[in-house]
Design a protein around this ligand. Structure first.
Ligand code: ADP
Length: 232
């Protein structure tokens, strides 16, 4: 019997929904929902670099901004950037950059804004998946997609996609992972908490397998926008 608070199996992610093209004015946009966690991403660019002195003659600069709305969590969160959002913006940027042909767009910037409108753990991963779809929607040249989900270690078991209740269990470790499915490269791997050495292999296997499943959802959402006749 499952020991998970919401009754899921250890290798079962929450219900996922993805939609591409959700922000009219953005060059590319997408929504990614996993359980009660919802991320919306908007991509602007490639465009002129501001301030100009940051321009790179060799490649585009990628700027990422992660923001969790005040109403995204049960207790009102103080609005505006904080230490956590600055760190997550960097983490998200580093997870996405290897998938983009930045050298195709010298002297430009690509801006990625991700808003978490509802948070129930796993927001950095939802943000990465939403942003990858938004980048593809913006027509940015990419060598691969990026799909992300957090694995974890709860009550001695390796599990996938923790919700907040599960994350808060004593001794839980959270292992967010982002993965490029075609090149099979990991672009984000973090560990919050402790993980027994002998569990690492299982975490990596479950994490990458689940990222592949997220990738299928991303592909479907992109196809739904660009080939509407075939979406049925
Ligand atoms: P991630 O969302 O990627 O798992 P964290 O581990 O930092 O990143 O956060 C875990 C969860 O904790 C968030 O998804 C959210 O549900 C909750 N959380 C984070 N920051 C706050 C906050 N300031 N107020 C209330 N809940 C928060």
């Amino acid at each position: 019997m499952s020991k998970r608070p919401d009754g899921r199996k250890v290798d079962e992610m929450r219900d996922i929904e993805a939609k591409v093209g959700v922000i009219e004015e953005a060059d590319g946009s997408a929504m990614f929902r996993i359980g009660n966690t919802i991320a919306v991403a908007g991509v602007y660019g490639p465009k002129k670099v501001v301030p100009r002195h940051l321009e790179d003659p060799e490649k585009a600069i990628l700027k990422c901004y992660y923001d969790m709305y005040s109403f995204s969590v049960p207790e009102r969160k103080r609005p505006g950037p904080d230490r956590r959002s600055i760190e997550l913006s960097m983490v998200i940027k580093n997870a996405l950059a290897p998938a983009i042909f930045l050298k195709e767009y010298p002297k430009t910037q690509i801006e990625v804004f991700v808003s978490i409108i509802q948070a129930d753990a796993g927001t950095r991963c939802a943000a990465i998946s939403a942003a990858a779809m938004a980048l593809a929607d913006a027509g940015i040249a990419m060598k691969d997609m990026v799909a992300a989900v957090a694995a974890g270690h709860v009550n001695g078991e390796v599990v996938i996609d923790l919700n907040k209740e599960e994350e808060d269990i004593e001794g839980t470790s959270d292992i967010p992972m982002a993965y490029m499915p075609r090149t099979k490269k990991i672009t984000l791997l973090q560990l919050d908490g402790k993980l027994p050495n002998d569990k690492l292999k299982a975490v990596m296997e479950l994490g990458t397998k689940s990222c592949e499943a997220v990738y299928e959802v991303e592909k479907k959402a992109l196809k739904e926008k660009y080939t509407p006749a075939e979406s049925e």
